[in-house]
Design a protein around this ligand. Structure first.
Ligand code: COA
Length: 431
């Protein structure tokens, strides 16, 4: 037995009897360290196999910390509960991107820089008119954010810190504008240009809902609720869309193209679309007295209780807890939502049920967010769009960290090849 330092693992390859010591750094071992284990000289070396990256750290990151067992989410060390209660979305975006809370002058400059860039080139508006009248707003958002790269060719200089800075401002500033344009054109409504007198969230509400009034004044409670929803969705470490942003960004295209890829990843029902499924499920249950009957079905494996469970959180999703509070506040102001009582009864019964307790299934961020969005007047197609706006801050932070990380290279996984080899081509007439 080798004399092993305590911060290593000793691995013996039983094919050859060779033993190696692999250093453990920050609770991880390097996959490349296993390459030295070879069966013979022709062997490529041992690889690790991890479809869906369920146990692979793909980067070192100082942006977002999650402890799924304890139900903790922190951005740059600050608990999400404090950010949701005390910060604004723009301040949280600054924190996520630059690593520290801004001082007064920095926040004023940052707010100015974002506000200054809210308008989009008129060409963007024109080609948005080319979409079919019932085009999904996510399809429109993905395409138009990619198209922004054609207006800013200098964005290709991803190694230029100044260029990265300007594109950061533009992306955060323009996403709400594109999102609102997509919403209005889907409704057949004339688009509303940004109002730079308003806050980030207030301006978004104005671009969505302004009609004939000369100036839109957002309801302060709704404006704050929108802002808090944006804070809650700003980043969530290496999720599917952040991974897409990093993977596409690693071949060094401009950040608009990488953001389009991240937005596309968010479009899927397993990522940005789960809250829509929650609404469908609640609608199917219909009334609180039918909850018990449905909970039995969820336990039989017939269906999943949507909005419950999480790959990382094995405790309450802290965002879900905050969102529940917002739901109560919003629904006091809007028409009573017919499904809120169903959701509350479902949550109550599931949290007392052994099946859910044993499997550590708790409500996640999507359980109440769909109800809030619907109460605010959004159609379900807009749900992932509302997610993409704030998540852009997280994507940019992940992208900037990746671009400046000397350990990162073009993302290029290996594979375990399972197909045929060395076949002779068969002419068409002989097949
Ligand atoms: C989020 C989710 C995909 C995480 O899945 P995961 O980490 O791969 O967990 P698993 O699929 O391995 O589930 C573990 C066990 O809990 C059960 N389970 C997980 N989520 C469940 C749910 N929502 N309803 C009922 N049972 C559930 C599984 O059937 C499995 O049970 P078993 O051990 O008896 O086979 C999953 O919980 C889910 O589908 N939730 C509903 C969809 C949703 O709300 N998505 C939004 C996430 S933010």
């Amino acid at each position: 037995m080798l004399d092993s330092p305590s911060n290593t693992i000793t691995v013996t390859d039983n094919r050859t009897g060779r033993t190696i010591q692999v250093p453990i750094i920050d609770g991880t071992v390097k996959a490349m360290d296993f390459r030295q284990l070879r069966e013979n000289d022709d062997d490529f070396g041992l690889m690790v196999y991890d479809p869906a990256f369920t146990n692979t750290a793909s980067c070192r990151s100082a942006i977002t910390y999650i402890d799924g067992d304890a139900g903790i989410l922190e951005h740059r060390g600050y608990p999400i509960e404090q950010l949701a209660a005390k910060s604004t979305f723009l301040e949280t975006a600054y924190l996520i991107i630059y690593g520290e809370l801004p001082n007064k002058a920095q926040l004023a400059q940052w707010t100015h820089d974002i506000t200054y860039h809210t308008f989009v080139h008129e060409g963007t508006r024109k080609f948005m008119e080319g979409f079919h009248h019932d085009a999904h707003p996510m399809g429109m958002l993905i395409s138009t954010v990619a198209a922004l790269s054609t207006f800013y060719p200098e964005a290709q200089n991803v190694d230029d810190a100044h260029s990265r800075e300007i594109q950061t401002h533009r992306l955060i500033a323009k996403m709400p504008t594109l999102a609102a344009f997509a919403y209005r054109s889907g409704r057949g409504l004339p688009i509303v240009y940004p109002d730079n007198d308003l806050s980030y969230s207030g301006n978004f509400l104005s671009m969505l809902w302004k009609m004939s009034e000369s100036k839109y004044t957002p309801n302060p409670v709704l404006e704050r609720a929108m802002d808090v929803l944006f804070i809650l969705h700003a980043d969530h470490e290496q999720n599917c869309s952040a991974n897409a942003m990093r993977a596409v960004g690693s071949s060094r295209p401009d950040p608009y193209s990488a953001t389009a890829a991240a937005t596309a990843a968010l479009y899927g029902p397993l990522h940005g679309g789960a809250n829509e499924q929650v609404l469908r499920m609640l609608g199917e249950i219909g009334s609180p007295d039918r909850v018990l009957e449905f909970v039995k079905k969820f336990k039989n494996g017939d269906n999943r209780l949507m909005g419950f469970g999480h790959r990382v959180y094995k405790n309450f999703d802290p965002r879900g807890t905050i969102i529940k509070g917002i739901a109560d506040e919003i629904l006091d102001m809007t028409e009573p939502h017919p499904l809120l009582d169903v959701a509350k009864e479902l949550e109550r019964i599931a949290l007392e049920d052994d099946y859910f307790i044993k499997r550590k299934l708790y409500p996640n961020v999507d359980f109440y967010s769909g109800i809030i969005y619907q109460a605010l007047g959004f159609p379900v197609e807009m749900f992932p769009v509302l997610f993409a706006i704030p998540r852009t801050a997280g994507w940019i932070a992940q992208w900037r960290e990746m671009i400046t990380d000397p350990e990162q290279k073009i993302a290029r996984p290996r594979q375990v090849y399972t197909g045929e080899r060395q076949l002779d081509y068969v002419p068409l007439e002989a097949r």
